[in-house]
Design a protein around this ligand. Sequence first.
Ligand code: ADP
Ligand code: MG
Length: 347
Amino acid sequence: MAEEQQQRTDVGELGEFALIDHLTKNFETHNASTLLGIGDDAAVLESLGSQTVVSTDMLVEGVHFDLTYLPLKHLGYKSVVVNLSDIFAMNAEPTQITFSMALSNRFSVEALEELYDGVNLACQEYGVDLIGGDTTSSQSGLIISITAIGEVHESGYVGRDGAQENDLICVSGDLGGAYMGLLLMEREKKIFNENPAIQPDLEGNEYIMKRLMKPEARKDIITWLNEQKIQATSMMDISDGLSSELFHITTKSNVGCTIYEEKIPIHLDTKQMAMDLQMASVTAALNGGEDYELLFTIPQGDYEKITMSEEISVIGHITKAEDGRKLISNSGNEMPLEAQGWNPLKK
Ligand code: ADP
Ligand code: MG
């Protein structure tokens, strides 16, 4: 045994992104076909002039999902959709997935059929083929890993690093709903655990529950942008909250941003739930996760075109890096945007 103590750094000290950077910084690219590697929603490969995107995600029971309220069929559907979301976020169309799982003997064949029904539904809905995977055992619940492959639209892939000063910042749909759905389910689960005779009270909250349990990837937005020939300068999907994603885009693009609280799209049901829970709904939009909407930037010249879509909101604009990242509140106060996305390593 060595006399000196070996250095031991806790992963939590670095955080997810610094950890990935740290572990991968010494890797070189050996192939010209690797157009874009680590650091975006998906990697981009090029062969014979056409671009393919590849993205992988892992979902762990107890960290990313809770089977006490997420039925297996929904889990199957959702786990595929969240991967496809990364493919769309590159301006690509998903074509194939692989589905791998590690499972404990707690899961019956019937339970796994449910899971696969959900996977199949998503494959049908998005026109994607299941082409393989891997199955192994686990001692602690269910772990799912999905790789999604897609083809980039003719207009080329859109990364996180192309935002330019004065570009408009856009988001699709509305934000914060999935997080409010999660808080609602956590509340009902707690009540149920304390008194199993009380049935969950979910009425009137269908919208936020759907946002949590059956999210959709925004294929429609990508199709529309391409039809309208609107060329996004940067894009990513919103899986960790608007704040954290804006942080990624502005860092990669070496720019700053200003967004306006009043322009952040939040559904009425999300606002209602936030009020019930005595929190600001903008906090859910900025720091909640799992909305799977798209965040992208466009040149100012496309403003007229973008207003034709009711599904897209312009929430602010890109500034110089030295101007920082700012949120202008409804009362006109200027606040620095913090990057406090969900960090599963800190959970
Ligand atoms: P997203 O939230 O869009 O799924 P992630 O935050 O998971 O993206 O990952 C950011 C980037 O880091 C991606 O390019 C991903 O492929 C890469 N990455 C994540 N984990 C690892 C790892 N363990 N080794 C190498 N690359 C990784
Ligand atoms: Mg992503």
